[in-house]
Ligand binder design. Structure first.
Ligand SMILES: Cc1cc2nc3c(=O)[nH]c(=O)nc-3n(C[C@H](O)[C@H](O)[C@H](O)COP(=O)(O)OP(=O)(O)OC[C@H]3O[C@@H](n4cnc5c(N)ncnc54)[C@H](O)[C@@H]3O)c2cc1C
Length: 264
């Protein structure tokens, strides 16, 4: 039997989640589990008041965990994330899918989380301080309470780019996706490159980031970046593609994104 518990707010809900419980964000994945008879939980915890605000603060832009992909698309504060949110599911999914839920979405999902990783976002959990998203993702398999918000930097200098590779357009899941944050004008300074579906969670390509630091964004300049594009990544075989295929095509997509060739 499945019970549904409703709490007034996230703080109360955080006290109630535990063994055999799932917090319900937008429910696009939780309810799929319910419908498919997932036996790993028998309590669904939800709350009436969710934080779906997107607002500028001194440390960056705070996005409430309850903000949906449609909320992101309606916000001017995070215009640089529109290119990501509009590639997630179809309109019905975008109206329900939350930022908080995306942080926990397993492959082949987690497109927004890949973007947040490239942006060095901070994850705020109820009752604890900000945690860099990279460390949050490495500990994701251990349940550690509810996420109330993420904080992203303002992408005022430099450029943020995202590409999603999928077999079924426009709504298919990612075969892989990648996000690049090119800080500074001209040659990138301390850039970030993050891949989705190239490991158990979204991963940064640190060797490629080092090679891109200070490089010119042309064929010759990015050749050393492409040579190490998949170093440190750990793609898996699944129904969408083999690990071999993902490794083969990754550098091609990184090249297109860096040189802005035919990317959508
Ligand atoms: C048809 C379809 C298409 C999809 N297409 C895409 C796609 O293109 N790209 C993509 O990235 N994803 C896609 N998804 C996956 C999913 O919709 C998104 O990843 C979405 O953002 C998940 O958010 P949610 O609020 O619906 O999560 P839920 O289903 O509510 O929750 C998912 C998990 O996250 C946990 N959780 C949710 N919120 C919090 C929180 N605040 N704190 C702690 N834990 C929390 C839940 O307990 C649960 O374990 C698709 C799903 C479907 C069904």
């Amino acid at each position: 039997m499945l019970t549904v518990e409703t709490y007034a707010n996230m703080a109360e809900a955080a006290g109630a989640v535990g063994d055999r419980a799932r917090y319900l964000g937008g429910g696009t994945l939780v309810m799929q589990g319910v419908n498919y008879g997932d036996q790993s939980f028998d309590r669904v915890v939800r709350c009436r008041e969710v934080d779906r605000d997107i607002r500028s603060e001194s440390g960056g832009i705070r996005i409430g965990a309850g903000a949906t992909m449609a909320d992101i698309l309606a916000s001017h504060e995070v215009e640089f994330l529109h290119q990501v949110a509009r590639r997630i599911g179809g309109p019905a999914i975008r109206n329900m899918a939350t930022v908080g839920g995306n942080l926990f979405a397993q492959n082949p999902y987690g497109d927004l989380t890949t973007a947040l990783l490239a942006l060095d976002a901070q994850v705020l959990r109820i009752g604890s301080g900000p945690e860099p998203i990279e460390s949050f993702l490495s500990g994701r398999s251990r349940p550690r309470g509810l996420v109330e918000a993420v904080v992203v930097p303002r992408v005022s200098s430099g450029e943020f780019r995202f590409a999603k590779v999928s077999r079924v357009k426009p709504k298919g899941a990612s075969t892989l996706c990648l996000a690049v944050w090119l800080r500074g004008g001209g040659r990138p300074s301390d850039p970030r490159i993050a891949w989705g579906n190239m490991g158990p969670t979204p991963l940064r390509a640190k060797a490629a980031e080092r090679a891109l630091n200070g490089a010119s964004l042309d064929e010759a300049g990015i050749a050393p970046v492409l040579a190490v594009a998949t170093d440190g990544l750990d793609p898996q075989d699944d129904a969408l593609a083999s690990a071999w295929y993902r490794r083969e095509v990754a550098a091609v997509h990184l090249k297109r994104l860096l040189l802005r060739q035919g990317v959508r």
